[in-house]
Ligand binder design. Sequence first.
Ligand code: NAP
Length: 273
Amino acid sequence: MKFLKLTACIALAALAVLLLGLNTWGYFALGKLAPDPAAARDTGANEVVMVFGATGRAGGGLVVAAVEDPRVQRVYVVTRRTIPLLEELAASGKLEVRLHQDFTDYSDLADILPQVNTVLWALGTSSLQVDEATYTRIHVDFPLAFVEAWLAARQEAPMAFHFIAGMGTDGDAAWARDKRHTESETARLAAGTGLRSFSYRSAYIRPADQQSNLLHHLLQAVLAPGSLAMSSRDLGRAMLEISARSNELPNGTLIDAADSIAYARAYGDTTAE
Ligand SMILES: NC(=O)c1ccc[n+]([C@@H]2O[C@H](COP(=O)([O-])OP(=O)(O)OC[C@H]3O[C@@H](n4cnc5c(N)ncnc54)[C@H](OP(=O)(O)O)[C@@H]3O)[C@@H](O)[C@H]2O)c1
């Protein structure tokens, strides 16, 4: 019994030290971008928003943010299945779910791609869940095929592509190389067109309120001091804000976890989550 208690105390102390280290690092190392307090906003920059990965932990709140934004007139969710959150949000009349199976071919979206201003891309998975070739297909082939199809349909600003890469994308692992490749290729494809491409090197993204439990909130709270956590709804708000500031961040900007918190604050009221 005594041994068990001692082991539990050591484990708790190690966790506390780890959290302290992570938060201290985040506090000092993150946050390179400062939203301009006097920025002009293009009110038409988010008129039509398209969301990928909306059934996932990171993507659900992006859809919530888009549906809630009064400047967004239409939200298209492109997904291989629907979930109750999307059915609920569809009641707003703003959201349309487009069931889609082949994420390397977007010809069935030809009717709507020319209207789309902003794309929020949260489609992805863990490198622990799929082999390397499948990981590349999902995180490189899918988004690049989409950006190519979108640019073939439209090149006129305002257009913004927001890709969630994740913290650690600067590392040596195969998954990080794939995500870096997507970051640089989307920026390359966008160069010289009306499109700006952004990559979010986010830490923990808490699912939307409707999909969160106590543990999700607890994790967000313990990682908050180092700007290592935010809700997916606030991340969506940050993306919409960056789209709207059409003259602020250039194509290819990398946005770290603290930067996206700063842009979510700039969006306005972030106290609801
Ligand atoms: N969650 C975080 O805290 C966090 C932090 C940093 C970065 N990220 C990155 O954000 C991305 C999404 O993460 P997540 O946590 O939201 O994952 P998730 O909860 O597993 O959701 C993944 C989303 O991608 C879709 N998807 C996955 N594989 C697909 C495929 N082969 N074809 C079509 N759709 C597919 C899923 O659709 P189905 O529902 O149909 O499977 C779902 O909508 C990943 O790249 C991840 O690395 C997440």
